[in-house]
Ligand binder design. Structure first.
Ligand code: NI
Length: 167
């Protein structure tokens, strides 16, 4: 078991664009497993490889109450999206900050699982939010970038203060 270090906004490495996974091998399976453990320990409901400084298209999500529905998406693509919902979001890379973001209510995703097999998933509500939030990380986008510039500056100042205290 290995807990991974989670990068904190506004670390420049969070803005990197992840590369596709070329082969689902043991290295990728270990990364996915460590990411799941890191997510559960945080605790959080989703984690993208970008957040642990691994710039590959890999995300893990579990929105269940009892940590029983782990989903691993490798090279995820959104096939369809529709509807609209506003959800109060947070992020393990932006600790203590929550704000409303508007996203699609439904997404249909195609990805590879940890065996390297393709699957499709229809997501609604919180799961759909999570998929969109985590996939944003893979293109270097953090949810606070949907907020006003003023809010983003305030968040940066607040996090800088926190890291001085915990350093
Ligand atoms: Ni996040």
């Amino acid at each position: 078991m290995a807990l991974l270090n989670i990068l904190r906004y506004p670390d420049a490495r969070l803005f990197k664009v992840a590369a596709p996974v070329l082969k689902v091998d043991d290295r990728i399976r270990k990364l996915a497993k460590d990411m799941a453990e890191t997510m559960y320990a945080a605790p959080g409901v989703g984690l993208a490889a970008t957040q642990v400084d691994q710039h590959l298209r890999l995300i893990v999500i579990d929105v269940s109450d009892d940590k029983s529905e782990l989903l691993t998406f490798i090279n995820p693509e959104i096939l369809e999206k529709d509807g609209e919902q506003v959800c109060e979001e947070g992020c393990l890379s932006v600790p203590g900050i929550y704000d409303k973001v508007t996203r699609a209510e439904h997404v249909k995703v195609r990805a590879l699982d940890i065996k390297g097999e393709s699957f499709e998933l229809e997501a609604h509500g919180l799961l759909a939010v999570c998929v969109q939030h985590e996939m944003d990380h893979l293109v270097g986008k953090v949810f606070v970038q949907y907020l006003s510039r003023l809010k983003q500056e305030r968040i940066k100042a607040k996090l800088a203060k926190q890291s001085r205290i915990t350093a």
